[in-house]
Write a protein that binds this ligand. Structure first.
Ligand code: ADP
Ligand SMILES: CCCC(=O)OP(=O)(O)O
Length: 355
């Protein structure tokens, strides 16, 4: 079986082709904040990112002929984890959903569908999208009944890393209590209690630590004052929450490798802002420790920034008291998506229907 995997992130587009379990292509294209700034809405990037996928397949001499195309799932309605067949309802909710969130992962479903319909007998899927919702009743309650908490997080990678860690230590994910911190374009920190993510910050909409391109938690009253100041449009202010926020707002780049170079060259501001991001991330990890009443088997650090020894060592210094800390730099998303699609194609599992 040949499977095409498409994973659009806020700072990258990742492409893979699998021949059953074996990757025959793994490729990641990095996008600078400037390159993406020309697009008003994320959905406007569909042609640009689809063309990158097709170009890469041509470059690698791989014909556009697959048994399935699977994309990173978008921000549709809150759903249970698992594999979903892409359908009209999902496409519609991705494009015009009542709670449409502007994030690159929405393109995963749109591009997977767009490519799959050009290939005879090719199925199109998504798996474990960022709206997988397993929050506990307590976690849903915020201080305002007008705004209950919801979660938008790196469900796919967190679950894949959790299962990988459990396998490595010879245990079941369902028997462990884990705190997993994904350090990507956004940062999500979740408390996994016996295989369920019972609490996580909303990594997109302004909750938790700031990140390469997210503001994280902000002073709410100041935000309201800014909204009514007449100085900004709604679109501009939403960009200040996700897109032109966090490291991008403070330092003009979402690229942590570049920021580390600046720090090496003595840039004190870059050092201060990076340290602040680590500080707030550590606080979020400690908060998830309280969710698990301190019964934490391990803390797992993953995502692109987990490649940085400076960041992981500083996090370890601050939260190592809570549980042993292990690093899984990068992500396991491409393999997780491919194996999810394969298991449906082989009939080992069934694709769920999005409604
Ligand atoms: N080797 C590395 N060292 C430090 N930071 C890195 C490294 N590789 C990637 N990053 C940073 O990780 C962040 C992106 O993480 P990633 O998980 O790929 O994000 P996304 O999927 O959200 O696009 C960026 O800030 C990027 O610069
Ligand atoms: C969909 C929310 C998870 C997230 O923040 O993803 P990125 O780090 O890829 O932006």
């Amino acid at each position: 079986m040949r499977i095409l995997v498409i994973n659009p992130g806020s700072t990258s587009t990742k492409i893979a082709v699998y021949e059953d379990e074996k990757p025959i292509l793994l490729h990641s294209i990095t996008h600078s904040a400037d390159e993406l700034a020309v697009y008003d809405a994320i959905t406007e990037q569909q042609d640009f990112r689809r063309n990158l996928v097709i170009k890469e397949l041509h470059r690698a001499n791989i014909p556009v002929k697959f048994d399935a195309v699977i994309g990173r799932g978008g921000l549709v309605k809150p759903i249970a984890g698992g594999v979903y067949e892409i359908n009209e309802q999902m496409l519609n909710d991705t494009l015009h959903g009542c709670v449409m969130h502007n994030h690159a992962c929405n393109l995963g479903c749109l591009i997977a569908h767009e490519i799959a319909i050009t290939i005879p007998n090719c199925r199109a899927f998504i798996a474990d999208p960022g709206v997988v919702d397993e929050l506990s009743p307590l976690a849903r309650i915020s201080g305002s009944p007008l705004m209950p908490r919801i979660c938008i997080w790196h469900a796919l990678n967190q679950r894949a890393i959790a299962r990988r860690y459990a396998r490595e230590i010879g245990k079941r994910y369902e028997d462990l209590n884990l705190i997993i911190c994904h350090l990507g374009g956004g940062i999500s920190v979740a408390a996994h209690e016996h295989g369920k993510a019972i609490d996580t910050n909303n990594a997109l909409d302004g909750e938790g630590p700031f990140s390469p391109e997210r503001a994280g938690s902000l002073p709410a009253a100041d935000l309201i004052r800014l909204c009514f100041s007449g100085k900004y449009t709604e679109k501009q202010l939403l960009k200040r929450i996700a897109g032109k926020a966090g490291l991008t707002a403070h330092l003009g780049t979402n690229n942590m490798k570049e920021i580390q170079e600046r720090i090496k060259n003595g840039d004190k501001q870059a050092q201060l802002i990076t340290d602040a991001m680590i500080y707030h991330t550590a606080k979020q990890i400690a908060a998830e420790g309280a969710v698990l009443c301190g019964n934490v088997d391990a803390i797992l650090l993953t995502g692109g920034m987990a490649h940085s020894d400076y960041i992981t060592n500083e996090l370890r210094r601050r939260i190592g008291y809570l549980a042993p800390v292990y690093c899984f730099p990068g992500e396991n998303e491409m393999e997780a998506l491919a194996l999810n699609a394969l298991s449906v194609l082989k009939g080992t599992s069934k694709a769920q229907i999005y409604q």
